[in-house]
Design a protein around this ligand. Structure first.
Ligand SMILES: Cc1cc2nc3c(=O)[nH]c(=O)nc-3n(C[C@H](O)[C@H](O)[C@H](O)COP(=O)(O)O)c2cc1C
Length: 221
């Protein structure tokens, strides 16, 4: 697959087939993804691949915790508010997704159930957790983390696999710490759902948009 095609065709996958992902595929994706650039080739990322019964337990506890209404307490603080135009984009993606799933704006229970699914990793067969040592300052490490996470998403897509980066998944780091033996010396940066996309699912097919290039690019000639 051409790089341009992979970049344009990748999309967040929020419904997976009930089909396991071979460990060799995950190992290959990660062994290619680690060619991402990093500050001074420091390669500060650490990746935990979770599957099977530990993942089932995580899905259960994470979902129960959001359903109880416990406020998120992620290691990397979630943004509290966004300037208006960014907030509009956030609202737009949620509206498009909920429209695709026929969840009305007033359907509080439908929305809550959807978030329950999100916190149970959309029932993906594999969950990747990206961590970084707390001794490493986060500002530049987060750039390195973004590089490897995008590589993972593109390489998975190249193999016909789907991914969804999930900040929601690490809202309650105490659960991952306990179940996956992640010490307090690590920052839990992000989770990624990984599995075979259900190509028929509406949440994998709704239209997403991007602003035109001139919104982001300014030439100085
Ligand atoms: C750091 C980060 C965290 C994200 N967390 C979530 C999440 O918790 N739940 C979710 O459904 N999507 C999450 N996403 C996916 C975005 O919603 C998605 O990338 C965006 O809407 C653009 O859509 P696309 O990936 O299909 O192009 C996250 C993306 C990033 C980069």
């Amino acid at each position: 697959m051409e790089v341009q095609e992979a970049v344009q065709k990748r999309r967040s996958i929020r419904h997976f087939l009930d089909k396991p992902v071979p460990e060799e595929d995950v190992n290959k994706i990660i062994s290619d993804a680690i060619w991402a650039p990093s500050w001074g080739n420091s390669q500060p990322w650490e990746i935990i691949a979770v599957t099977g019964s530990p993942l089932d337990q995580f899905k259960k506890e994470n979902k129960e915790t959001i359903m109880k209404g416990e406020p998120p307490n992620a290691d990397i603080t979630f943004p509290a508010e966004w300037p208006e135009k960014f907030q509009e984009r956030l609202n737009g993606i949620e509206r498009s997704l909920f429209d695709a799933l026929s969840i009305d704006a007033e359907d509080f229970e439908g929305g809550l159930n959807y978030y329950g699914d999100m916190f149970s990793i959309f029932d993906a067969p594999v969950f990747l957790i990206i961590t970084v040592d707390k001794k490493i300052s986060l500002e530049y490490a987060m750039i390195d983390m973004g590089s490897i996470m995008q590589n993972i998403c593109l390489l998975a897509h190249d193999r016909g696999l789907g991914t969804c980066l999930l900040a929601a998944s690490i809202s309650y780091p105490k659960i991952s710490r306990k179940l996956f033996s992640i010490p307090d010396t690590k920052n839990i940066v992000c989770g990624i759902a990984l599995g075979w996309p259900d190509s028929q699912a509406p949440e994998n097919n709704f239209e997403r948009s991007r602003e035109g290039v001139n919104e982001f690019l300014r030439w100085v000639r």
